[in-house]
Design a protein around this ligand. Structure first.
Ligand code: CTP
Length: 455
């Protein structure tokens, strides 16, 4: 069992030499002061998973300092961060006062970077009353690990001597890693931190793990008990919670595995965490995937924020008011909120334009005031009949330019001015409606409709 084995060689083999040096330096600084230093969280999980000896690209590292008994050492994490920074210059140091955590950030240009190292002082979190921030107290590593999300993320690898390289596994995380299971540490985990449902799904899909059955029960219980509804209405806790929820949604919806993840969230009925009425029905799921296929064809160079459009398509299944509430609570960027807000009026207006037997030029004139992302949302939700024409607009008509441009008009002696717009629009309309086959036809058309000697 790795609990008894020294894991330092595993770590050393898989990390970039500079990073390894940095961790060793930090460990020595900690033991010189009589402290313990641990590598915790995702890095330990990933080191244990990378059994084939593949090198690990760690960009986020969590360290915990522990092993002191007086209140003055609550700032141990910050002290250690300063020592590391002296040895590996170029880092930005951020200190989060209340929690006594320090974050060191090396940019991509530095030898170590891009790298973010969080150093926390082992702590227990209490929730004395729901809206309060977790109170902080120097405490043991076990308590620190106990407040974490899943057993596989609650492993610690001791970096400092004595017993450097020892794995601390209080909750069976190693066996769960081997068995491929996502398991919470206690029944209240999802109620204390509702974003953990999304994290559970993210890890399960990313690592090809399963959700342990009791953990699934806890998820169902947390959703059924309305934990999310309550936390949304707790004024002090809600903004931080929504920020984390948005971060998880982004993480999931922009990942290559977003489809199975969204599906698993639906199986758990966890979309209700965004709004109690939000259900990923078969129809909605079809819309989201259809939107994605359209994105692949239209947005080849990845200009659009696809994760947000996916989220908007899902949220758009709610009635108008609720869409806005969800978007505002999640603090989505202004253009997302704007789209969800416009959708209600834009949808019927666009449907009217498309349903008439209008020529392409009329459709182009009517639709060009709308931006492509909004039209994509409308497209995904539109009935089949309208979809065909809207797709034609998005894929073809909206890209068509008149056969002549302003330079051509000038070369032919037309005086620059507002009339250019009118002429070019009229040329475009004629072209869109199939009245002009080529440039020569356009020139002929120009002479007929806007004769020069008449100006
Ligand atoms: N954590 C937690 N509950 C959360 C978020 C984080 O308990 N809601 C803990 C977990 O122990 C996690 C650690 O904080 O391992 C670091 O969080 P994060 O960087 O988000 O996750 P990683 O496990 O490092 O995952 P990733 O590889 O995706 O970065």
């Amino acid at each position: 069992s790795p609990t008894n084995a020294c894991l330092l060689p595993n770590l050393c083999d898989r990390l970039a030499p500079k990073l390894w040096d940095m961790l060793q330096g930090a460990a020595t600084a900690a033991s010189d002061r009589g402290w313990h230093l641990y590598l915790v969280g995702g890095a330990v999980r990933d080191v244990l998973l990378a059994e084939d000896g593949r090198p690990l690209q760690l960009e986020d590292i969590d360290l915990v300092v522990d092993g002191f008994h007086n209140a003055a050492t609550v700032g141990a994490g910050v002290e250690l961060a300063n020592v590391i920074r002296d040895g590996f210059p170029g880092a930005r140091l951020d200190v989060h006062g209340t929690f006594q955590t320090a974050a060191l950030l090396w940019s991509a240009r530095s030898d170590l970077g891009p790298l973010c190292v969080d150093i926390a002082t082992a702590r227990t979190e209490f929730y004395p009353y729901p809206a309060a921030n977790p109170e902080v107290e120097a405490s043991s590593i076990r308590q620190d690990l106990y407040r974490r999300d899943f057993t596989i993320n609650a492993l610690a690898l001791r970096l400092s001597a004595p017993r450097a390289g020892e794995l601390l596994d209080f909750f069976g995380g190693y066996l769960d890693l081997r068995a491929g299971l996502i398991r919470v540490l206690h029944a209240n985990s999802f109620i204390e931190d509702p974003t953990r449902i999304y994290r559970a799904v993210r890890f399960a899909v990313r690592l090809h793990f399963e959700l342990e059955s009791q953990t699934v029960d806890y998820i169902h219980y947390a959703i059924a008990s309305g934990a999310y509804e309550r936390s949304r209405s707790e004024r002090e806790r809600a903004p931080a919670l929504q920020t984390r929820l948005k971060a998880e949604l982004k993480y999931i919806l922009q990942a290559p595995y977003w489809r199975p993840a969204a599906h698993l969230l639906a199986d758990l009925d966890a979309w209700r965490c965004l709004h109690p009425d939000l259900v990923l029905t078969a129809e909605l799921w079809w819309q989201v995937r259809y939107l994605d296929r359209c994105l692949h064809r239209l947005d080849r160079d990845n200009q659009l924020d696809r994760w947000r459009l996916r989220l908007e398509a899902i949220v758009a299944a709610l009635p108008h008011r609720d869409r806005l509430d969800v978007a505002a609570a999640l603090q989505l960027p202004a253009d997302s909120q704007e789209r969800l807000s416009t959708l209600n009026a834009a949808e019927p207006a666009i449907a009217t334009v498309l349903s008439k037997d209008s020529p392409p030029s009329t459709i182009v004139v009517a639709l060009r005031r709308y931006q492509q992302p909004l039209l994509l949302l409308v497209l995904a939700r539109a009935p089949k009949l309208l979809r065909r024409r809207l797709w034609q607009y998005l894929a073809h008509w909206s890209h068509i330019r008149p056969l002549l441009d302003g330079n051509d008009l000038r070369a032919r002696g037309y005086k620059p001015g507002p009339q250019y717009r009118e002429i070019l629009d009229a040329l475009l309309a004629a072209y869109l409606d199939g009245k002009l086959a080529n440039r020569a036809a356009a020139e002929h058309w120009l002479e007929q409709h806007y004769p020069l000697n008449a100006r």
